[in-house]
Each structure stands twice: as C-alpha cells, then as structure tokens.
Design a protein around this ligand. Structure first.
Ligand code: ARG
Length: 460
C-alpha cells in the first residue's frame, strides 16, 4: 500500500489523520452488507464480461474470488481493515490481493455511491420478506388465541373506563387487522424499493457500454432508477420502511401496554408465562412483565431512527454526500429491533394464561350494559336522547344501591320507565349484550367467528 489509501490515494500528499480514519470508517457496522455487496459485484462482473469489458477468464477469477471472500467472512476469517474504510473497499482490496490484475477491473463503470445504494436495497428487500413472515407468525398466534376465546367476555374500554362487553377474540382480532395493514405497507414499500441504482456510477452515469437491464435481471430488481443523481442520493425507501416500522412498533407498543395492565394485580385478566418475566432483586413477590415493557420501550428507538434518517436527508444537495453513511446504523438497528419484537411477541402469545372469570367479573362492575338498556327503550318507542337520560338515572340509582342494572328488580326498573318488561333481563346480561352486536365488524361471537374465518382464508 502507498502512503495513503490505495484506492484513491493518488492525488494526496499526506496520509489520512489517524483519528479521521476511525471517524470516517463505516466498516464497524456496514460489514452486514457483505453478502449483498458480493452478490452485487458478481452480477456487475457478469455483465462486464457480456459487454466485452472483461474476458471470460477474468470474470471467472473475479467470481471465484468473491465467493471465497464470502466464505472467509462467514467463517469469521476475514481480516477487516479500518484503513480500507468500508465494506466495499475491504472486499475489493482482498480480491486484488487474492487474484491480482483481474480484481482491479471489477470497479469499471461503477462507484461506491451506486454500489452502496444497491447493497442497502438488496439488504432491505431481504429483511422486508423476513419481517413480513414474522408478522404472519404473530397473526397466526393471534388467530389461535381468538379461536379459543370467541365466547370470553372482556370489558371493552373507552377512556380506560368500562364501556361495553366485548369478546376477547374480537379484541385480539383488532390487533390482527392492524398487523394486516402493517404487512400491506411493507409490501407496498418493497415495490418502490425494488428499483436498481447500479449504473448511476458516482452521480452522472458512466462512459462504458454497460447493460443495466441485465444487471437488474441478475439481481432480481423489477425496475432501474431512471435518473442517476436520484439513484445514488435518495434514501426515501429507507425512510418509508422506517415509517412503516414505526407504525408496527406503535401497534406492538399499544398491545404491550394492555398486556402490562392486564397482568397487574389490579386488572388480573391474564398471567404472562414465567419464562417471559423477571423478578425483583429486592421485592420477593414481584413478577415483572419485562418483555412487553421492553417492546414498549424499544418503540422509542425506532421512532428515533425514523427522525434520524429524515434529518440526515433534509438538507443534502444532490447527489451523494458522506452524510448518507449515517443511514446504516439507524436502519440496521430498526430492522433488528423489529424482528426481535415480532419474534418475542409471537413466542409469548400462545403461552399467556387467560383468566376468563376475572374478565367476566370485572365487566359486571362497570354498568357495561347501560347502552343496551337505552337501546331497549328505543325499541319500545323512546327517542335515544330520552332513553339515555332515563338509563343515566337508573345507573345513579344502581350506584347508590351498589347493584348492577341486571341486579335491580323489575319493579325498581319500572320506576324509571313503565315500558320496561321482563325481557329486559336478556338485554342486561353480558352475554345478551355481546350477542346483540351482530353485524359486520361487531363483537357478537357469530361475527367474530366469521372474521376469524375470513382472516384464515386471507392469510393462506
Ligand atoms: N461507506 C460509504 C457509505 O456508506 C460508501 C459510499 C462512499 N462514497 C464516497 N464517495 N465516499 O455511504
């Protein structure tokens, strides 16, 4: 090696400052891109040979060399160098080391700018597919739980005050729906992501007769970036992914919050499996819901990464700037965080103990069928506003007597309205209330079963 970096040192009079080397290097984190960088180089070399820029022998040497480098990396036998800054130059230098002259020709007609833009797309494309299958696994776990608990009654809340009885399965299916949209968003993001920047070179394209279509075909890209400046410089696909990832985390975080509340002694609706909880070093009685707490906590980290890449991009003039190197850590960390959170949720969910009796008793405490009584009166001819007023008075009476509406006698109820008859007690029961909401999207067990069946069909 000469006194400066071998791949660009020619015009420099002094070597890079020692700390600047460390400051500027991305090899600590962009190693993750190695398999994609190699995949990208193999496709590029194949195309170079096809258009006559490499001989067959040179191409074979390059491809064999790159495959050997990949095995070295996988076997943890690769000698990483900070002097070589990043993954691209580490691999290229090793290739030249290994195969000599032919290795020096690999970089013909490309730049690290279009190379890195291609590598991250390949990386993210693969990760998106893994994340989507993790979402599916979690959706399956939700479906299993929902199938078991169609008739389980849970207090439905608004303002965290008991509102109306709902089916526990209906509650689980709400999360299923959220995850369905999450997965659609990722699929949509994948469409735009699957566009190849390679061939943009540094920013303006290249003077060589490259065949971009061929490279795209080899790498499985559906389209080619139409504009070289745009191809090397935008990271909107990563931002789109992070926005979708943030929404997934937001959904998991809301779910976490409920699991935390439900497993507290105050709610006592569920018990989390011991192996997903920890104890306290000082309070022997404690069993802490660490997993959902961590998922809730990690949500902040993914939101932060979204803001981080948005900010990295906001003032960059076209085309590539070194700022873009800062896209990687937030992106990689978000991918890893998301995968881990989805995984731990899908593992934990089937092992949660559902305390059906406690949910039921708790639903009885909050006058959850008051709306049903109002609806009953409307069916007897009252205007809803008047019915609302009458039931309000009945609830106040019940509170004074410390009795649920269903525990009042027919005579007591008739004091509020003469039209009330014996059949009111069907309406005031939790089950009656639940079964009465029998339309598409409602919580009646009949509807929930249909929703589950539709979901199973769609997942297949
Ligand atoms: N490590 C760089 C990055 O992550 C690769 C591209 C470097 N290009 C350059 N012109 N310095 O963005």
């Amino acid at each position: 090696m000469n006194k400066t970096n071998q791949s660009w040192g020619g015009r420099f009079n002094e070597p890079t400052d020692e700390f600047v080397k460390i400051f500027g290097a991305s090899i600590f984190f962009d190693k993750v891109l190695a398999p994609y960088d190699i995949q990208c180089s193999i496709a590029h070399a194949s195309m170079l040979q096809e258009v006559g820029l490499l001989s067959k022998a040179e191409k074979s040497k390059i491809i064999d060399g790159l495959n050997t480098i990949l095995s070295e990396i996988n076997a943890d036998k690769f000698d990483w160098s900070i002097d070589l800054e990043d993954i691209h130059m580490n691999i290229e230098a090793r290739l030249v080391d290994m195969i000599g002259e032919a290795g020096k020709k690999l970089h013909t007609g490309r730049s690290r700018n279009d190379q890195v833009a291609t590598d991250i797309r390949l990386y993210l494309r693969e990760q998106l597919d893994t994340i989507n299958s993790e979402i599916k696994r979690l959706q399956m776990a939700l479906l299993d739980l929902a199938m078991q608990e169609v008739d389980t009654i849970l207090p439905g809340f608004t303002h965290l005050q008991v509102a109306q009885p709902i089916s526990f399965a209906h509650h689980m299916m709400a999360y299923f729906e959220m995850l369905d949209r999450d997965s659609e968003r990722l699929i949509d993001c994948r469409k735009r992501l699957n566009t190849m920047p390679l061939g943009s070179a540094a920013l303006a394209g290249t003077t060589y007769p490259i065949n971009r279509k061929r490279v795209a075909e080899l790498l499985g890209f559906e389209r080619i970036c139409n504009n070289s400046l745009d191809g090397v410089s935008d990271r909107d696909f990563a931002i789109e992914f992070l926005a979708s990832a943030s929404l997934i985390m937001m959904h998991l975080s809301r779910f976490s919050e409920e699991l935390i509340l439900w497993s507290s002694a105050q709610f006592d609706f569920i018990e989390l499996p011991d192996r997903f909880c920890t104890g306290s070093s000082i309070m022997p009685q404690k069993k802490n819901p660490d997993v959902p707490e961590l998922v809730r906590g990690k949500t902040g980290r993914v939101y932060g990464h979204l803001t981080s890449i948005l900010t990295i991009m906001k003032a960059q003039p076209l085309a590539y700037n070194k700022d873009n190197q800062e896209d990687k850590e937030p992106l990689f960390d978000s991918v890893n965080t998301l995968k881990a959170c989805l995984r731990v949720f899908a593992d934990m969910l089937p092992n949660i103990k559902i305390k059906r009796d406690n949910m039921h008793d708790s639903t009885k405490k909050g006058y959850a069928t008051a709306t049903d009584l109002a609806d009953y009166l409307v069916k007897k001819g009252l205007a809803f506003r008047d019915a609302h007023e009458i039931v309000g008075l009945a609830v106040a009476y019940g509170l004074k007597k410390q009795k649920d509406l269903s525990e009042l006698t027919l005579e007591e109820l008739q004091n509020f309205d003469q039209r009330i008859e014996k059949d009111v007690f069907d309406v005031l029961s939790l089950k009656g209330s639940l079964y009465a909401r029998n339309h598409l999207g409602g919580t009646s067990p009949n509807q929930v079963k249909q929703a589950i069946n539709r979901a199973i069909k769609n997942l297949e």
